[in-house]
Ligand binder design. Structure first.
Ligand code: MIC
Length: 647
């Protein structure tokens, strides 16, 4: 049978189940990626599991998120992560080396391999023919310990690209077009595979831009073939021997088929405050802009900065605009310096920051209240920038640079200049000096974990009760993101390795009295709408509320990674059998549920009783037997410990 690229990748790694959409599959994991904001927990989990040495082919610990060192906390985390990388046999990418996703593609990614990462944008590595999936930290810890990754077999969605991009339109506009068509949950339970003649005009880093923001569509992964362009890219990074061809078979088909004519695209913009709120730039042009921002894992390539430099063309940005340049890696920064782009940008008035995630997750560069900030970052959930009343828009580097010059939202096609079409230089600067190699097994065993005062051990959780009465502490609407459940930003991120402390920020953006109420109440539940928990993979969004007593979430529909994170920490994640029953529950109701164990094991619905209203509601779960087992143990960590103990 002819297979597409996604099917080939899955088939080659399948260790459990069949490739039937919806069935549980287990796939072996070749590589893992962790970053500092999620990685400290992963390392604590490895410690709790008693892992001796990584069992993957390659695992890399990056430090890219928590770079602001206002006090000892983030710096302590860096030391802890370095010691953990040494202890468990991982590569360590030092602070300042760059953002995990482009660095991984450039230095380690390998066509034909699987990659699991504790960051939702791990899917970016699909750009070079990998099956790259974002997941909660616990699953990444399990993968480092040699366990397969389990998920439901997604549908494969083939997107055929034809034509070539017009002047002033670039890869960001392709993924914004996908979001315009399908919204923030259009990719749920799907792998998006890009194919067709339009690929010829997209470089490996352009493909990265598109693959990265598959996360914004809620997709399990984004996949590109490994072709001549992938070979060129790996050759440039002095890794041609890692290349192998991986193409769809000639008669391969897809569960869903779609086409985008690249020539028909125009500059697009996602307006506040959702990546799915997409319009054509010309429809909103003229609005005053106060910040324009280039960088992040969603536009990380040389081209993305160089095109902005060329657009500056000896001009100076509008006096109102803060023009923030966030280089994505030290290697790119060196290259941009060599090619003269840094000078161009600085002369135009750019504010040059260190290589890292920075303002993308509110680590600095917060915009002024109620002003437009045009950014090339992947997401613009409310308040994520660090400013509660923010107005962040997602755009291409071309649109950001054009708007920086004029001080208003500007369609770059209206600039009076020839489009500076930028090609990657033949020889990038390959500088691997800030990557530290894993220690050999014997030496690794002698390393002690370096724990500063901010690093608290993981809390222990009890098993799932068979019945409970749970007050509803919050009722939320659709598309609540994990940024709203547990914020990032300079104020909160330093507590990522301290669950009791970070729990104080839980749901702060939605209801700042939640943490206190939860603290006073103990066991409780919350209610969500559709696509609950979209966005970041941070398991803190499940773990911190669980620490405060969250035992159950009932929603219309869950986003994939957050649903798994809830299960991993022993929180019951249920959906309404009849979506209309969402209206029957209010904050303050007390929900009675019983015979939970039998219902979970048999797969039958559960009945939720609201005694005060004399009302009962049917709820369901979509968990696999493995997930039910995790839950009954009180979470995946308890389950893994029990397994290791029994062995
Ligand atoms: C994000 O872009 O939201 C993050 C910050 O990279 C997260 C990870 C995190 O919360 O640490 C993600 O995408 O998973």
């Amino acid at each position: 049978m002819d297979l597409n690229v996604a099917q080939k990748l899955i088939e080659a790694h399948l260790v459990h189940g069949r490739m039937q959409a919806g069935e549980e599959i287990g796939i072996s994991v070749d590589q893992t990626l962790t970053q500092d904001a999620t990685g400290t927990l992963v390392m604590l989990e490895l410690e709790a599991m008693g892992l001796d040495y990584a069992r993957t082919k390659l695992s890399v610990q990056y430090v890219d998120h928590n770079l602001i060192q206002e006090d000892y906390r983030n710096a302590d985390d860096h030391l802890f992560l370095r010691s953990a990388a040494q202890r468990f046999g991982l590569w360590y990418s030092r602070p300042g080396n760059g953002v995990s996703h482009p660095c991984h593609q450039e230095n380690f990614g390998k066509p034909g391999c699987t990659l699991l990462g504790s960051d939702s944008h791990t899917c970016a590595a699909g750009a070079i023919g990998m099956l790259a999936i974002g997941a909660g930290g616990l699953e990444v810890a399990q993968a480092i310990a040699g366990e397969p990754f389990f998920t439901r077999m997604p549908e494969i969605w083939g997107v055929r690209l034809t034509g070539s991009l017009p002047d002033w339109v670039s890869a960001k506009d392709v993924i914004l077009e996908m979001l315009r068509r399908h919204g923030v949950d259009g990719g749920t339970c799907r792998i998006i595979e890009y194919h067709g003649p339009g690929l010829d005009g997209l470089s490996a880093m352009d493909r990265h831009v598109i693959a990265n923001m598959g996360a914004e569509l809620g997709a399990t992964a984004s996949v590109f073939p490994s072709d001549r362009e992938t070979r060129r890219f790996l050759h440039a990074w002095q890794r041609e021997s890692d290349w192998r061809e991986l193409l769809a078979d000639p008669h391969a088909s897809y569960d869903i088929e779609e086409e985008i004519d690249l020539a028909s695209l125009e500059p697009l913009i996602a307006l506040p405050s959702s990546p799915g709120n997409v319009r054509a730039v010309w429809q909103v042009s003229g609005e005053p802009v106060h910040q324009c921002y280039i960088g992040s894992s969603a536009n990380p390539g040389y081209r993305d900065f160089a095109v902005a430099a060329a657009i500056m063309d000896d001009k100076v940005v509008h006096p109102r605009v803060s023009f923030d340049i966030n280089p994505t890696s030290r290697a790119q920064l060196e290259l941009l310096t060599r090619e003269g782009c840094v000078l161009e940008l600085l002369r135009a008035g750019a504010r040059l920051h260190q290589a890292g995630c920075n303002g993308c997750i509110g680590m600095g560069q917060a915009p002024a209240t109620d002003t437009f900030s045009l950014r090339t970052v992947p997401r613009n959930f409310p308040g994520r920038s660090g400013t509660p009343e923010d107005k962040v828009c997602l755009v291409s580097p071309e649109t950001a640079a054009a708007s920086a010059l004029t001080g208003q939202i500007t369609d770059p096609r209206t600039l009076e200049m020839t489009y500076p079409r930028i090609a990657d230089p033949d020889a990038p600067i390959v500088n691997r000096a800030l990557f530290e190699k894993p220690l050999a097994r014997g030496e690794a065993a002698t390393v002690a974990l370096h724990k500063g005062p901010n690093i608290a051990s993981l809390p222990e959780f009890d098993a799932l009760p068979d019945a409970f009465d749970l007050p509803v502490l919050l009722k939320m609407g659709d598309n609540v993101s994990t940024d709203e459940i547990l914020p990032a930003g300079a104020r909160v991120l330093p507590f990522r390795s301290n669950i009791p402390r970070i729990a104080e920020f839980a749901f702060e953006r939605i209801d700042d009295a939640y943490a206190q109420r939860a603290h006073d109440t103990g066991d409780h539940c919350v209610v969500g709408g559709s696509n609950y928990g979209q966005g970041s993979s941070r398991e803190h969004a499940a773990l911190a509320p669980r620490f405060l007593g969250l035992r159950m979430v009932i929603a219309k529909r869950f986003a994939r990674i957050h649903a798994q994170n809830l299960v991993n920490f022993g929180v019951l994640a249920l959906t309404f059998a009849d979506g209309g029953d969402y209206d029957a529950i209010e904050s303050g109701d007390v929900l009675h549920v019983e015979d939970i164990h039998a219902a979970l094991s048999s797969g039958s619905p559960l009945i939720v009783r609201i005694a005060a209203k004399n009302r009962q509601i049917e709820v369901r779960h979509a968990m696999t037997p493995r997930q039910v087992d995790y839950l009954l143990h009180g979470g995946a960590l308890n389950w893994t410990k029990a397994r290791l103990h029994a062995a």
